[in-house]
Design a binder for this molecule. Structure first.
Ligand SMILES: [Zn+2]
Length: 282
Protein backbone atom coordinates (compact mmCIF):
# COMPACT_ATOMS: atom_id res chain seq x y z
CA UNK A 1 0.00 0.00 0.00
CA UNK A 2 1.23 3.48 -0.84
CA UNK A 3 2.37 5.44 2.20
CA UNK A 4 0.34 8.56 2.77
CA UNK A 5 2.29 11.75 2.17
CA UNK A 6 1.89 14.49 4.68
CA UNK A 7 3.05 18.02 4.22
CA UNK A 8 3.60 20.08 7.36
CA UNK A 9 3.73 23.82 6.83
CA UNK A 10 4.89 25.89 9.79
CA UNK A 11 3.47 29.29 8.94
CA UNK A 12 6.22 31.90 9.30
CA UNK A 13 9.92 32.54 9.65
CA UNK A 14 11.54 34.17 12.68
CA UNK A 15 11.69 37.43 10.79
CA UNK A 16 7.91 37.70 10.85
CA UNK A 17 6.66 40.48 13.12
CA UNK A 18 3.90 38.24 14.46
CA UNK A 19 4.31 37.53 18.14
CA UNK A 20 2.45 37.35 21.43
CA UNK A 21 1.05 40.57 22.88
CA UNK A 22 3.68 42.28 25.05
CA UNK A 23 1.30 43.19 27.87
CA UNK A 24 0.38 39.52 28.23
CA UNK A 25 3.73 37.96 27.39
CA UNK A 26 6.75 40.20 28.16
CA UNK A 27 8.92 37.83 26.10
CA UNK A 28 6.76 38.55 23.09
CA UNK A 29 7.12 34.94 22.01
CA UNK A 30 7.25 34.73 18.24
CA UNK A 31 4.48 33.01 16.34
CA UNK A 32 7.26 31.09 14.60
CA UNK A 33 8.29 29.57 17.93
CA UNK A 34 4.77 28.41 18.79
CA UNK A 35 4.08 27.08 15.30
CA UNK A 36 7.43 25.39 15.06
CA UNK A 37 7.00 23.61 18.38
CA UNK A 38 3.79 22.02 17.16
CA UNK A 39 5.26 21.26 13.71
CA UNK A 40 8.37 19.62 15.24
CA UNK A 41 6.33 17.52 17.63
CA UNK A 42 4.00 16.46 14.84
CA UNK A 43 6.88 15.55 12.56
CA UNK A 44 8.48 13.55 15.34
CA UNK A 45 5.26 11.74 16.31
CA UNK A 46 4.65 10.78 12.68
CA UNK A 47 7.88 8.75 12.68
CA UNK A 48 5.87 5.95 14.28
CA UNK A 49 3.38 5.99 11.42
CA UNK A 50 3.35 4.58 7.95
CA UNK A 51 3.76 7.84 6.07
CA UNK A 52 6.17 10.18 4.35
CA UNK A 53 6.49 13.66 5.74
CA UNK A 54 7.97 16.88 4.43
CA UNK A 55 8.15 20.39 5.82
CA UNK A 56 7.64 23.30 3.49
CA UNK A 57 9.11 25.82 5.94
CA UNK A 58 12.71 26.41 6.92
CA UNK A 59 12.81 24.46 10.19
CA UNK A 60 15.53 26.75 11.57
CA UNK A 61 13.21 29.71 11.14
CA UNK A 62 15.96 31.74 9.51
CA UNK A 63 14.19 32.03 6.20
CA UNK A 64 10.57 32.94 5.84
CA UNK A 65 9.94 30.69 2.86
CA UNK A 66 7.70 32.37 0.32
CA UNK A 67 4.15 31.12 -0.01
CA UNK A 68 4.67 30.19 -3.66
CA UNK A 69 7.70 28.06 -2.79
CA UNK A 70 5.72 26.30 -0.08
CA UNK A 71 2.94 25.54 -2.54
CA UNK A 72 5.39 24.31 -5.17
CA UNK A 73 7.12 22.01 -2.71
CA UNK A 74 3.83 20.48 -1.53
CA UNK A 75 2.59 20.00 -5.09
CA UNK A 76 5.85 18.46 -6.29
CA UNK A 77 5.79 16.09 -3.33
CA UNK A 78 2.28 15.08 -4.40
CA UNK A 79 1.19 15.25 -0.80
CA UNK A 80 -2.06 13.59 0.20
CA UNK A 81 -2.74 16.21 2.81
CA UNK A 82 -1.33 19.62 3.68
CA UNK A 83 -1.53 21.12 7.14
CA UNK A 84 -0.43 24.66 7.83
CA UNK A 85 0.15 25.54 11.48
CA UNK A 86 -0.43 29.05 12.81
CA UNK A 87 -1.41 30.94 15.92
CA UNK A 88 -3.84 33.78 15.66
CA UNK A 89 -4.02 37.42 16.60
CA UNK A 90 -6.36 40.36 16.26
CA UNK A 91 -8.27 40.79 19.50
CA UNK A 92 -5.73 43.00 21.29
CA UNK A 93 -5.80 41.69 24.83
CA UNK A 94 -9.46 40.73 24.91
CA UNK A 95 -10.78 37.56 26.46
CA UNK A 96 -12.09 35.93 23.28
CA UNK A 97 -10.25 33.60 20.97
CA UNK A 98 -10.13 29.91 20.32
CA UNK A 99 -9.26 27.62 17.49
CA UNK A 100 -10.12 28.14 13.84
CA UNK A 101 -9.58 25.81 10.87
CA UNK A 102 -9.47 27.25 7.36
CA UNK A 103 -10.04 25.38 4.12
CA UNK A 104 -10.52 26.61 0.57
CA UNK A 105 -11.87 23.90 -1.72
CA UNK A 106 -15.59 24.02 -2.51
CA UNK A 107 -15.85 20.25 -2.28
CA UNK A 108 -18.31 19.25 0.40
CA UNK A 109 -15.84 16.68 1.62
CA UNK A 110 -13.27 19.37 2.39
CA UNK A 111 -15.62 21.27 4.67
CA UNK A 112 -16.43 18.04 6.44
CA UNK A 113 -12.70 17.33 6.86
CA UNK A 114 -12.02 20.85 8.14
CA UNK A 115 -14.70 20.25 10.75
CA UNK A 116 -13.14 16.90 11.59
CA UNK A 117 -9.74 18.55 12.08
CA UNK A 118 -11.24 21.23 14.30
CA UNK A 119 -13.15 18.66 16.35
CA UNK A 120 -10.16 16.36 16.73
CA UNK A 121 -7.84 19.13 17.92
CA UNK A 122 -10.33 20.89 20.19
CA UNK A 123 -11.31 17.57 21.72
CA UNK A 124 -7.74 17.46 23.04
CA UNK A 125 -6.94 21.13 23.67
CA UNK A 126 -10.43 22.26 24.78
CA UNK A 127 -9.60 25.61 23.18
CA UNK A 128 -13.11 26.23 21.90
CA UNK A 129 -13.09 30.00 22.26
CA UNK A 130 -15.89 32.32 21.26
CA UNK A 131 -15.56 32.55 17.49
CA UNK A 132 -18.85 32.39 15.69
CA UNK A 133 -17.21 30.43 12.88
CA UNK A 134 -14.92 27.62 13.95
CA UNK A 135 -14.26 26.53 10.40
CA UNK A 136 -13.92 29.11 7.66
CA UNK A 137 -13.64 28.86 3.88
CA UNK A 138 -10.93 31.30 2.83
CA UNK A 139 -8.46 31.65 -0.03
CA UNK A 140 -5.15 31.74 1.82
CA UNK A 141 -2.47 31.04 -0.78
CA UNK A 142 -1.12 27.83 0.78
CA UNK A 143 -4.53 26.22 0.98
CA UNK A 144 -5.80 27.67 -2.27
CA UNK A 145 -2.92 26.87 -4.63
CA UNK A 146 -2.00 23.46 -3.26
CA UNK A 147 -3.54 20.62 -5.21
CA UNK A 148 -4.24 18.25 -2.31
CA UNK A 149 -6.68 18.54 0.61
CA UNK A 150 -5.24 21.48 2.52
CA UNK A 151 -6.03 22.99 5.89
CA UNK A 152 -4.74 25.87 7.93
CA UNK A 153 -5.18 25.78 11.67
CA UNK A 154 -5.03 28.88 13.84
CA UNK A 155 -4.32 27.20 17.14
CA UNK A 156 -5.42 29.92 19.57
CA UNK A 157 -4.87 33.68 19.90
CA UNK A 158 -1.53 35.24 20.82
CA UNK A 159 -3.25 38.36 22.10
CA UNK A 160 -6.08 36.80 24.09
CA UNK A 161 -5.69 36.82 27.85
CA UNK A 162 -7.60 33.55 27.95
CA UNK A 163 -5.77 31.72 25.16
CA UNK A 164 -2.23 32.95 25.69
CA UNK A 165 -1.27 31.12 28.90
CA UNK A 166 -2.68 27.97 27.32
CA UNK A 167 -0.92 28.23 23.98
CA UNK A 168 2.42 29.03 25.65
CA UNK A 169 2.25 25.71 27.50
CA UNK A 170 4.00 22.69 26.11
CA UNK A 171 0.94 20.59 26.96
CA UNK A 172 -1.08 22.57 24.44
CA UNK A 173 1.36 21.70 21.67
CA UNK A 174 1.33 18.03 22.68
CA UNK A 175 -2.45 17.90 22.72
CA UNK A 176 -2.65 19.62 19.35
CA UNK A 177 -0.40 16.95 17.87
CA UNK A 178 -2.57 14.17 19.29
CA UNK A 179 -5.60 15.86 17.74
CA UNK A 180 -3.98 16.24 14.31
CA UNK A 181 -2.84 12.62 14.30
CA UNK A 182 -6.31 11.43 15.27
CA UNK A 183 -7.68 13.49 12.39
CA UNK A 184 -5.19 11.98 9.93
CA UNK A 185 -6.01 8.51 11.20
CA UNK A 186 -9.73 8.96 10.73
CA UNK A 187 -9.80 10.99 7.52
CA UNK A 188 -6.65 9.84 5.70
CA UNK A 189 -6.25 6.27 6.96
CA UNK A 190 -2.95 7.04 8.65
CA UNK A 191 -1.71 3.92 10.38
CA UNK A 192 0.98 3.10 12.87
CA UNK A 193 3.95 1.32 11.38
CA UNK A 194 3.65 -2.40 12.01
CA UNK A 195 6.88 -3.63 13.54
CA UNK A 196 7.52 -6.98 11.93
CA UNK A 197 8.66 -9.70 14.25
CA UNK A 198 12.10 -10.91 13.42
CA UNK A 199 12.53 -14.48 12.21
CA UNK A 200 13.94 -16.56 15.03
CA UNK A 201 17.60 -17.31 14.50
CA UNK A 202 17.92 -20.80 13.12
CA UNK A 203 19.27 -23.09 15.81
CA UNK A 204 22.15 -25.07 14.39
CA UNK A 205 21.82 -28.68 15.33
CA UNK A 206 25.01 -29.92 16.88
CA UNK A 207 25.86 -33.44 15.78
CA UNK A 208 27.51 -35.52 18.47
CA UNK A 209 30.97 -37.02 18.30
CA UNK A 210 30.54 -40.78 17.80
CA UNK A 211 32.77 -43.64 18.82
CA UNK A 212 32.50 -47.30 19.74
CA UNK A 213 29.50 -47.70 22.04
CA UNK A 214 27.73 -44.46 21.08
CA UNK A 215 23.97 -44.73 20.57
CA UNK A 216 21.15 -42.54 19.35
CA UNK A 217 19.78 -40.73 16.33
CA UNK A 218 23.15 -39.33 15.37
CA UNK A 219 24.41 -42.86 14.87
CA UNK A 220 21.49 -43.56 12.55
CA UNK A 221 22.32 -40.41 10.57
CA UNK A 222 25.98 -41.46 10.41
CA UNK A 223 25.11 -44.97 9.20
CA UNK A 224 22.66 -43.75 6.60
CA UNK A 225 25.08 -41.25 5.12
CA UNK A 226 28.06 -43.58 5.10
CA UNK A 227 25.97 -46.35 3.62
CA UNK A 228 24.91 -44.07 0.83
CA UNK A 229 28.53 -43.13 0.21
CA UNK A 230 29.61 -46.78 0.24
CA UNK A 231 31.61 -46.87 3.48
CA UNK A 232 29.12 -48.59 5.75
CA UNK A 233 27.91 -52.11 5.07
CA UNK A 234 25.95 -52.87 8.23
CA UNK A 235 22.34 -52.46 9.27
CA UNK A 236 20.88 -49.04 9.98
CA UNK A 237 20.32 -48.88 13.73
CA UNK A 238 21.21 -46.64 16.66
CA UNK A 239 24.34 -48.45 17.79
CA UNK A 240 27.88 -47.47 16.84
CA UNK A 241 29.35 -50.99 16.52
CA UNK A 242 32.40 -52.47 14.79
CA UNK A 243 30.98 -51.88 11.29
CA UNK A 244 30.61 -48.21 12.17
CA UNK A 245 34.19 -48.02 13.42
CA UNK A 246 35.36 -49.58 10.17
CA UNK A 247 33.31 -47.14 8.10
CA UNK A 248 34.70 -44.26 10.14
CA UNK A 249 38.27 -45.38 9.65
CA UNK A 250 37.82 -46.08 5.93
CA UNK A 251 36.43 -42.58 5.53
CA UNK A 252 39.31 -41.06 7.46
CA UNK A 253 41.75 -43.08 5.39
CA UNK A 254 40.43 -41.32 2.34
CA UNK A 255 40.21 -37.92 4.06
CA UNK A 256 43.25 -37.85 6.38
CA UNK A 257 42.39 -34.34 7.61
CA UNK A 258 39.46 -35.94 9.44
CA UNK A 259 41.62 -38.23 11.51
CA UNK A 260 44.27 -37.53 14.12
CA UNK A 261 47.65 -36.50 12.76
CA UNK A 262 46.50 -37.69 9.34
CA UNK A 263 45.62 -41.17 10.58
CA UNK A 264 42.26 -42.87 11.26
CA UNK A 265 41.36 -42.65 14.96
CA UNK A 266 38.03 -44.53 15.17
CA UNK A 267 36.35 -41.35 16.38
CA UNK A 268 33.72 -39.56 14.29
CA UNK A 269 34.07 -35.94 15.40
CA UNK A 270 33.15 -32.45 14.12
CA UNK A 271 35.74 -32.49 11.31
CA UNK A 272 34.25 -35.75 10.00
CA UNK A 273 30.69 -34.45 10.17
CA UNK A 274 31.69 -31.25 8.40
CA UNK A 275 33.49 -33.14 5.67
CA UNK A 276 30.78 -35.71 5.05
CA UNK A 277 28.04 -33.09 4.98
CA UNK A 278 30.01 -31.03 2.48
CA UNK A 279 30.37 -34.13 0.29
CA UNK A 280 26.59 -34.67 0.49
CA UNK A 281 25.85 -31.08 -0.46
CA UNK A 282 28.25 -31.14 -3.42
ZN1 LIG B 1 0.41 32.93 11.21
Amino acid sequence: MKKIRICIDEGHGLSSYKSCLKSLDPNQTKEWWLNDRVADKLESALKDYDCEVIRTDDTTGKTDVSLSKRVLKANNFEADVFISIHHNGGINGGSGGGTTVFYCSSKAERKKQAQALYDAVVKQTKLVGNRSSKIVKKGFTVIKKTTMPAFLIENGFMDSKVDLPIILSEAHADKTVVGIINFLTTEFALQKTVVEEKEPVQQSYELKTLKRGSTGNDVTIFESILKKLGYYGGEIDINFGPACVKACNDFQQQYPECGTNGKPDSSWGPACWKKVLSILKA
